[in-house]
Design a protein around this ligand. Sequence first.
Ligand code: S3P
Length: 169
Amino acid sequence: MKNIVLTGFMGAGKTEAGRELSRILGWKIIDVDDEIVKAQNMTINEIFSKLGEPAFREMETEMIRKVSQNRSVIISTGGGAVLRQENMEILREHGVIICLRAGPETILRRTKDNNERPLLQVEDPIKRIKELLEFRKPFYEKADIMIDTDEKTPFHIAEEILERMGWKR
Ligand code: S3P
């Protein structure tokens, strides 16, 4: 079976929807960021501040390559993984790419109490969210399936993913 790959901006609900999918399908969920944190023994903030974003992006591609060797798993990617064509090619080889989409206000609400996202540790996070969303939009739209998550629970998002994939009984 193909893997289910979750992409989308920070706060789009990848982790929560991934957990629901994992529960429904009985498939393992692999979070690329968590795997990087374990492998480096550093938090994402530490990696960004000590080694820089380019180093993080290298680690991300390497980890995507590694976790894509699995089959029948859910792979939850970081919000910037879509920016590299190479990442998308690796993920698509054995996976269906699902992009979760949310509006800037929803993203702010879902991310504001968590300081583990270095790109959003700025004075005006909503402005930054809007700028990044605008720039990344064409990259997110390369997914096989796009799903809106505003006002939806993780369970409903998971159900919609399965329905859109034609897997819902
Ligand atoms: C990033 C998203 C984060 C994490 C890193 C960079 C991004 O993952 O990979 O902070 O560039 O959008 P989440 O989308 O899981 O928050």
